[in-house]
Write a protein that binds this ligand. Structure first.
Ligand SMILES: Nc1ncnc2c1ncn2[C@@H]1O[C@H](COP(=O)(O)OP(=O)(O)O)[C@@H](O)[C@H]1O
Ligand SMILES: [Mg+2]
Length: 294
């Protein structure tokens, strides 16, 4: 049995409200994300998806439960060890969260400079590699305000990948983008998953987004997992009746799109990947690890 890359065990989070009341945003959630998964969290607005996702890297500390990523239980780590563990967990957001007064290059370099220990030329090489990966090498000297939404999100992805993480957390990454840009961005995420081997956890309220790229999804209702099932996996395709309306819709949407998915997984595409000029960059990026991670 393989140990999951991420294991959430009985995690709960309660917020204290300004009026002194309490609100249970995450209730006793347990889940496993395996290495190589694209794991989706779907639910209505206010269901607790973002709060749950923020537990994965301890941006939000759970009141109870354990969060284990790559064998390290995060709640038990010292500040210093947590900072190090977080370099293995990249994150992107709906509103991109870029530094507006910094160039694209400096945005991507930011986490590497903060961490220290690398020479400017090493940082520059790494930043350029990550920008090439998201096809934004030509925009290195631009500022965020000069980019489209899709380009901004690609910069955020490059920044998240700069430290060579094993996991990429995505909170509504396409919700600020139009349909066409959404498709392109999802293709980039799928590419990062397949070719770099980065495990992805993606939160969305949009069925079509998760149906397109996830191999496993959890439906979140009132801070808890209402159901969890496999998608897009011929062998693991789960035909059990779904318990939730969202689960039924997602499964139906997925069935309707299966031909499409089979097409994406075809050998012809694998051949494309092998001849893609970015393959060398991809190999370099996949091999990249800070000395601290070796
Ligand atoms: N810092 C906070 N303080 C109080 N309540 C919060 C806080 N963060 C989130 N909540 C509440 O927790 C619930 C879940 O929020 P969130 O995780 O953002 O849901 P989702 O991402 O599914 O829309 C919401 O009702 C929200 O108002
Ligand atoms: Mg949210």
């Amino acid at each position: 049995m393989t140990i999951p890359l991420i294991r959430i065990e009985h995690a709960s989070k309660t917020f204290t409200l300004p009026d002194g009341g309490r609100f249970d945003a995450v209730r006793d959630v347990s889940l496993d994300v395996r290495q190589g998964d694209i794991y989706g969290l779907i639910g209505k607005s206010g269901a607790g998806k973002s709060t749950l996702l923020r537990l994965f890297n301890l941006l939000e500390r759970p009141d109870a439960g354990a969060i284990t990523v790559a064998g390290r239980e995060l709640t038990s780590l010292s500040k210093r060890d947590l900072r190090d563990a977080r370099r293995n967990i990249g994150m992107i957001f709906q509103q991109f969260n870029l530094l507006q007064n910094a160039t694209v290059f400096d945005n991507v370099a930011f986490p590497l400079r903060i961490h220290g220990g690398q020479k400017p030329e090493q940082i520059a090489a790494r930043v350029n590699q990550c920008l090439e990966l998201v096809e934004l090498g030509v925009k290195a000297d631009s500022y965020p305000a000069q980019l489209s939404g899709g380009q901004k999100q690609r910069v955020a992805i490059a920044r998240a990948l700069a430290s060579g993480p094993a996991v990429l957390l995505c909170d509504e990454p396409t919700s600020a983008l139009d349909a066409e840009t959404t498709r392109a961005l999802l293709a980039t995420l799928r590419d990062i998953n397949r070719r770099l081997g980065v495990t992805i956890v993606i939160v969305s309220h949009e069925l079509s987004v998760l149906a397109e790229i996830c191999n496993r999804v959890a439906v979140i209702e009132d801070g808890a997992i209402a159901e969890e099932f496999a998608l897009n996996e011929p062998a693991g395709h789960d035909t059990a009746p779904r318990k939730t309306a969202l689960g039924r819709e997602l499964a139906a949407f997925n069935t309707a799109n299966r031909a499409n998915v089979a097409d994406l997984a075809s050998p012809a595409n694998a051949a494309d990947a092998a001849t893609d000029p970015r393959t060398a960059d991809v190999a370099a990026i996949a091999a990249y690890r800070e000395p601290a991670h070796v």
